[in-house]
Design a protein around this ligand. Structure first.
Ligand code: SF4
Length: 135
């Protein structure tokens, strides 16, 4: 599927430390046909997801595929505060079920605690920036 291939390309580019890969490397990594990869890259270029620049590798012409928009990495520790991650009722919980997020005390408590934590951090930041101005 073309969308699947695009996702794989984006993922490889996202994890590339330089933020780009050679088109020839992409074919090898994806184990896909060069025509298929070229077609996907052309589509992605039109949508401004990637940019291709001509590149010579050992006398052979290829392209440098550059990722234009890096997706922000989600750090798991940013969401682990949510009670659902450790809930024993997770498999039975759902909208319209007897156990559901709308009625859940555990979820409400974890949301409230996280909100208070963020509020406290913001107050501390504000207080610290006030101290800096006074000094
Ligand atoms: S909403 Fe409540 S019951 Fe449902 S998975 Fe989350 S913590 Fe568990």
């Amino acid at each position: 599927m073309p969308e699947e291939l695009e996702e794989k390309i984006l993922s490889l580019l996202q994890n590339s430390p330089e933020g780009f890969l050679l088109q020839s490397e992409l074919w090898k990594s994806l184990k896909s046909g060069s025509r298929e990869v070229s077609r996907s890259l052309a589509k992605m270029e039109r949508r401004s997801l990637v940019k291709r620049e001509s590149y010579r590798e050992g006398g052979r012409k290829t392209y440098k595929v550059i990722l234009l928009k890096k997706r922000p990495k989600i750090d798991l520790s940013d969401v682990l505060w949510c009670s659902c991650f450790t809930c024993s009722d997770l498999s039975r919980c759902g909208m319209g079920q007897p156990i559901n997020p709308e009625m859940c005390t555990k979820l409400s408590m974890s949301l409230r605690n996280e909100y208070r934590k963020i509020e406290k951090e913001n107050e501390q930041k504000k207080a610290e920036s006030g101290k800096d101005k006074d000094a």
